[in-house]
Design a protein around this ligand. Structure first.
Ligand code: SF4
Length: 452
């Protein structure tokens, strides 16, 4: 009994972590579709055979091998990997070698359950003898998603830069989609255009990512924005503007959120979802913040060896954050003169907003930091409504609602919670229609501001 227990825990520490990707197939789950493809392009540029797995096709498997108490993204991604491996095994027959694959499942520290997905998925994979040797490659927000051991040491820094840039460009392509689609001249034209553009940009990352040819990538992006602009019918009047906050997987995975942005657009909205770069910036920013706290504390206690180590961390993570800001600004500066796309929030500004209004603290962590401050920003920027999209029972999103709903009621700004668990709720569309009625009333009274 003891031996078995030890063996199980050994699997968690030995088969979940950071492994060299050389000569492996690196399986990327599709969260945000564009982001997954661009990141795959960045990996490929560094010689990693990365591929995006089909998503949501294996939901039945995901539900079969979870108890129902897990967060919904855990069920979806468990289904994705099982579905992929089963199909791959059928395709290759005896040639299937589980050691050739590494499944990508990052994690996050903190009080909620994201840190446990990959452990749970390890247990599920271990329950299939044929999949036991499939490793789970994990990055953690604990060290701001450093890539220790996964990519050759000499390339790791450059890869991190290309990967971050792929996140920023994916955000911009998404913003382009939401900016054009409600105003398109020809119905359905935007979806096809964005799908083609995504493939073009993924190729661009594959060609220029490792060479740090960021200007070449931006040249391509400019062409795409110019082309996309031509799809807009200038005679369609501006629509009411809605901001989306919430849990990162659910708000960006269109299958899981039952394409809520398209539904809001169908009832007359223009929508802006919070970006993914904001989350990456937040994890880096938080490392700097924590190091500053450690530095102050240890300075007071005269522990100078620790002071030195915290100083090093501040410089290292601070340098990363500065680099991220420079790249983010570079990208938005190239596209904003062409089309008025929504910008990104600085995390330092979001923290100041929370402190100023005494709403929440970065000390408590989780996405609630970004969602609560993000709603305040949408409010200040004159949005006509805010939607909080999250998995049923998600802790940070429930905290967000409990803090922000009374404020939104007081400010008379329409606010809607939409939790998802994979079931289709018959009343959902009626709720969204009612919400959109309130949004339109707000728009009539207050108009809307331009994207800042
Ligand atoms: S953020 Fe929400 S959905 Fe994600 S792990 Fe935490 S509780 Fe679960």
């Amino acid at each position: 009994m003891e031996v078995q227990k030890t063996a199980t825990f050994r699997s968690l520490s030995e088969n979940v972590g950071q492994f060299s990707l050389r000569d492996k197939t690196f399986l990327i789950p599709e969260m945000n579709r564009i982001g997954a493809h661009l990141l795959t392009g960045a990996f490929r540029s560094f010689g990693v055979n990365a591929l995006v797995m089909e998503t949501y096709e294996g939901l039945d498997l995901g539900k079969e091998f979870t108890s129902g108490k897990e967060c919904f993204p855990c069920q979806v991604t468990t289904g994705d990997i099982l579905f992929f491996l089963k199909k791959e095994k059928e395709r290759l027959g005896d040639d299937f070698n589980p050691e050739n694959y590494i499944f990508f499942m990052p994690e996050s520290d903190g009080p909620c359950r994201f840190g446990m997905y990959n452990k749970y998925q390890r247990i599920v994979l271990d329950s299939f003898p044929e999949f036991r040797k499939v490793k789970i490659g994990s990055l953690t927000s604990e060290n701001s998603y450093a890539l220790k051991g996964m990519i050759e040491k000499a390339q790791a820094r450059d890869f991190r830069k290309a990967a971050y840039f792929s996140v920023v460009i994916a955000d911009i392509l998404d913003r382009l989609l939401w900016r054009i689609r409600p105003y398109e001249r020809k119905q359905g034209a935007t979806d096809g255009f964005i799908e083609r553009s995504m493939m073009t940009m993924a190729d661009s990352f594959e060609s220029y990512g490792a060479k740090k040819g960021f200007n070449r990538i931006l040249d391509k992006l400019e062409e795409i924005v110019e082309e996309g602009k031509a799809l807009i019918d200038p005679d369609i009047p501006p629509r009411p503007l809605i901001g989306i906050v919430g849990e990162i997987y659910l708000r960006t995975h269109v299958h899981s959120n039952q394409d809520v942005i398209r539904l809001l657009e169908r009832y007359g909205a223009e929508v802006v979802n919070s970006s993914i770069a904001e989350w990456v910036d937040y994890t880096t920013y938080d490392k700097v913040r924590e190091a500053k706290v450690g530095l102050r504390l240890n300075f007071k206690l005269f522990r100078f060896d620790k002071v030195k180590s915290y100083l090093k961390q501040i410089l290292s993570y601070g340098g990363d954050l500065l680099y991220q800001h420079i790249r983010l600004d570079q990208a938005y500066k190239r596209v904003k003169p062409l089309l008025d796309l929504a910008g990104d929030h600085r995390v330092a500004h979001l923290e100041k907003t929370l402190i100023k209004h005494d709403l929440y603290s970065f000390e408590l962590g989780t996405e609630a930091c970004l969602s609560i401050a993000g709603i305040m920003e949408f409010m200040h920027e004159g949005y006509n409504g805010v939607v909080n999209v999250y998995p049923f029972t998600c802790m940070p999103s429930t905290i967000t609602t409990s803090i922000m709903r009374p404020i939104m009621n007081r400010e008379r700004i329409p606010f809607l919670d939409v939790p998802y668990d994979g079931t289709y709720q018959p009343g959902r569309e009626a709720t969204i229609r009612t919400f959109m009625y309130q949004v339109c009333q707000h728009f009539k009274r207050h108009g809307r501001k331009k994207h800042s």
